[in-house]
Design a protein around this ligand. Structure first.
Ligand SMILES: [Mg+2]
Length: 249
């Protein structure tokens, strides 16, 4: 499915195509659920934690870190969540355990995060057409670079911006303006932004003049009002067909 919602907009050949990563190139929830379950099993094994205790403490730790670090890359840091969870349990500094939980989390996460079908095909179309491709993603650089290389995309992108290097998550405009300067482009006109999040991805780039595409799948709410995307799509096959027509015109 692909539907153009903004009928007033003429969508032209893109000067660049920018992607979010999480929940845009792959489905986030199954990966995240499998990962936290694996850490729970380890915590149950090593510390004897019951399921309810583990999940209550994890959520408490996560909310504390998110509140303290407010919309920055580190506010998503699983290492900080696990470290805080261990502290909430009454241990002081169980360093190896925090690191072990984090490694278990991301190892399990990655092996449960297949790319959406036809992502490679769409990226190849952009590459063959010499359209610059960028990634603008929230979270720390270490794990985001690891994810993209795990997906086999290490040679795909012309530029990447993480919210760690910007100091603030999307929709902070610095994420988008740093990308423009990396790609040596001066404005967002005729630049496509593809993402799942109506605030971070759609509103953030739309305010600067991008053409916005929202990836829709389970649990994703279509942005409304100022967060309304120009196009919604559920399959990269349909996005590829749509783009091919624009490119060949
Ligand atoms: Mg996302």
């Amino acid at each position: 499915m692909l539907t153009k919602l903004n009928n007033d907009l003429n969508i032209d050949y893109p000067r660049a195509v920018l992607f979010d990563t999480d929940n845009t190139l792959y489905e986030y929830a199954p990966a995240n659920n499998a990962a936290i379950e694996a850490v729970y099993l380890k915590a149950n094994n090593l510390l004897g934690l019951k399921r309810n205790t583990f999940f209550n403490l994890y959520n408490k730790a996560r909310l504390q870190i998110k509140k303290d670090l407010n919309k920055t890359a580190s506010s998503h840091s699983r290492l900080l969540y696990f470290q805080r969870m261990i502290e909430l349990l009454g241990y002081n500094a169980k360093l190896l355990l925090a690191l072990d939980f984090e490694q278990t989390f991301w190892r399990t996460f990655l092996s449960n995060a297949p790319l959406f079908p036809n992502v490679y095909k769409f990226l190849n179309l952009l590459k063959e057409s010499d359209i610059p491709i960028g990634v603008i993603t929230d979270l720390t650089a270490q794990i985001q670079l690891r994810k993209l290389t795990y997906f086999g995309l290490e040679d795909t992108f012309d530029a990447i911006v993480t919210s760690e290097e910007v100091g603030a998550d999307k929709p902070d405009p610095k994420n988008f303006t740093l990308m423009l300067s990396k790609l040596k482009l001066s404005s967002m006109t005729n630049i496509w932004m593809i993402g799942d999040n109506p605030t971070s991805d759609i509103l953030g780039s739309k305010k600067l003049g991008a053409t916005t595409f929202q990836k829709i799948h389970r649990g994703i709410k279509i942005g409304e009002g100022e967060k309304s995307p120009d196009v919604i799509f559920s399959s990269y096959k349909d996005l590829e067909t749509f783009t091919r027509v624009i490119i060949s015109n």
